[in-house]
Design a protein around this ligand. Structure first.
Ligand SMILES: *[C@@H]1O[C@H](CO)[C@@H](O)[C@H](O)[C@H]1NC(C)=O
Ligand SMILES: *[C@@H]1O[C@H](CO)[C@@H](O)[C@H](O)[C@H]1NC(C)=O
Ligand SMILES: *[C@@H]1O[C@H](CO)[C@@H](O)[C@H](O)[C@H]1NC(C)=O
Ligand SMILES: *[C@@H]1O[C@H](CO)[C@@H](O)[C@H](O)[C@H]1NC(C)=O
Length: 429
């Protein structure tokens, strides 16, 4: 279905649908009304950390290898959810020259983004230290393994961040590519026999995406997984799931073959059921199926679910200055609330439920990559107008498309993989 979403390929970018969909999500459906409709009551702040758990760091905490989780096993594992962004002179591990797999729309520096301050921040969790990403550690822990990123374009964004960081040590060889706009790809790192794949599957469950030739809404079967990735489960050792934004689109939902309801489907004479319950069902189905299929297999699997990554449209999406910030938010400046909070909670809750389920079997581990808060605090990390090369080469035009959803590479999304590596390290200990 070509270029129908802000959340996928922007290569042939100026088509009508690409312009139209962000409009549907962010303008036609005013956020205030949207929030009121789906979330009439404010969420309690998710920010308060129990002070009893606070770990006092000694002055040696500046040593990047220090982390409370590196002690004995009865210490509380680091909670990366809350924290603040602090300045960091070191900067990223890669750039658009050293990494060849940055998607065009996210290659902000190459596209002429002039301010580079957004590259010099690191996430400082409230209670511990988050070490810099160490590609060698990743390779050692994942050697002879196959890791897959499955989901929408945020999954791809996270995958490309990981590939770029790994590429600073070893070259990825593209061994498979299929689908329009490279939706299905696989790389092999010969040096450590590590395989990394990406699967396009914006609902995780079986679905038909809206298109010009097909339905003008998405169709989802909430009770069956998408076999485009599911049929490869046997070969996967680790899977990183990432969905969210696609559930905002107009859709008709099916369960057990019959219509469950719909979301934003005027004219179809179906019951509006919103998308929260549907996304929950999709995640439940996915985790249950993974655990069910892997349980008896003897091979085990590690599963991450990346929590919702908020967008930062402040102005109109097609005008200059849609996401104009150049610095992170300060601690306490913004709470995770409204839709962001609800989307995050669904991921956290379903992973917690899956942990209980997985416990009955050996070799199955599931965890949330809780990136909602740290991502919310990075309004400065999006391509904005630099989704296209040199958008202001001829001065500021009346219409400028902006991407305030995905993340520049390098950029804040590198932190997601930094946290993921720490959890993998903890698991292997
Ligand atoms: C980490 O902290 C967040 C926010 O306080 C909380 O929601 C979450 O459950 C914590 N995670 C773990 C694994 O304790
Ligand atoms: C990219 O990084 C390499 C290696 O660190 C460096 O030599 C090069 O100058 C950088 N390129 C840009 C455009 O910053
Ligand atoms: C390389 O890794 C794959 C799993 O991704 C494994 O099946 C294969 O045996 C490994 N090859 C070697 C030579 O260890
Ligand atoms: C809408 O659906 C209801 C219940 O299925 C049905 O009774 C009614 O005739 C439908 N209305 C239209 C205009 O199709």
């Amino acid at each position: 279905m070509g270029v129908t979403s802000p959340l996928k390929g922007q290569t042939h970018s100026r088509s009508f649908t690409t312009k139209f969909l962000p409009y549907v999500i962010y303008a036609l459906f005013p956020i205030a009304l949207f929030r009121f409709y789906f979330h009439p009551f404010p969420s309690p702040p998710t920010d308060q950390l129990p002070h009893s758990n606070r770990i006092v760091l000694t002055s040696s905490s500046s040593s990047s290898s220090f982390s409370i989780e590196e002690g004995t096993s009865n210490e509380v594992p680091c909670n990366y959810t809350n924290g603040r962004w602090v300045r960091d002179k070191m900067g990223p591990l890669y750039n658009g020259t050293t990494c060849g797999t940055i998607k065009d729309g996210q290659n902000c520096i190459s596209h002429g983004r002039p301010d580079l301050g957004y590259l010099y921040w690191r996430w400082q969790p409230s209670q511990c230290e988050l070490p810099r990403f160490d590609p060698k550690t990743f390779f050692n822990l994942l050697s002879n393994k196959h890791i897959a990123f499955v989901g929408d374009s945020m999954a791809r964004n996270q995958l490309e961040s990981l590939l770029c960081m790994l590429a600073s040590v070893s070259n990825p060889n593209l061994v498979y590519a299929n689908g329009e706009d490279n939706k299905f790809r696989r790389w092999h790192f010969d040096s450590h026999n590590v395989t990394v794949s990406v699967y396009w599957s914006p609902f995780l469950v079986r679905g038909v995406e809206k298109s010009k030739t097909g339905p003008d809404h998405n169709e989802l079967h909430v009770d069956v997984i998408d076999e485009r990735w599911g049929s490869d489960l046997d070969h996967l050792d680790m899977i990183v799931l990432s969905i969210g934004h696609w559930f905002l689109h107009p859709a008709v939902y099916y369960e057990g073959g019959s219509v469950l309801g719909c979301h934003y489907c005027p004219g179809l004479n179906l019951t509006e059921i919103g998308f929260y319950d549907v996304m929950r069902k999709a995640i439940k189905t996915t985790l249950k199926t993974i655990i069910g299929r892997k349980a008896g297999s003897g091979s085990g699997i590690d599963v991450f679910l990346t929590s919702f990554s908020p967008s930062h449209f402040e102005g109109e999406w097609d005008k200059a200055g849609a996401c104009p910030k150049t610095e992170p938010d300060r601690e306490g400046e913004k709470m995770v609330e409204g839709m962001d909070a609800d989307m995050r909670s669904i991921a956290v809750e379903e992973i917690e439920a899956a942990k209980v389920n997985a416990k009955q079997f050996g070799g199955l581990r599931v965890e949330t990559l809780d990136v909602t808060k740290l991502s919310l605090m990075r309004p400065d990390g999006h391509p904005g107008p630099y989704m296209y090369p040199f958008p202001f080469a001829n001065g500021i035009q009346e219409h400028v498309q902006n991407d305030c959803v995905h993340w520049c590479l390098p950029g804040p999304i590198d932190t997601w993989n930094q946290i993921m590596l720490q959890v993998i390290k903890r698991w292997r200990r």
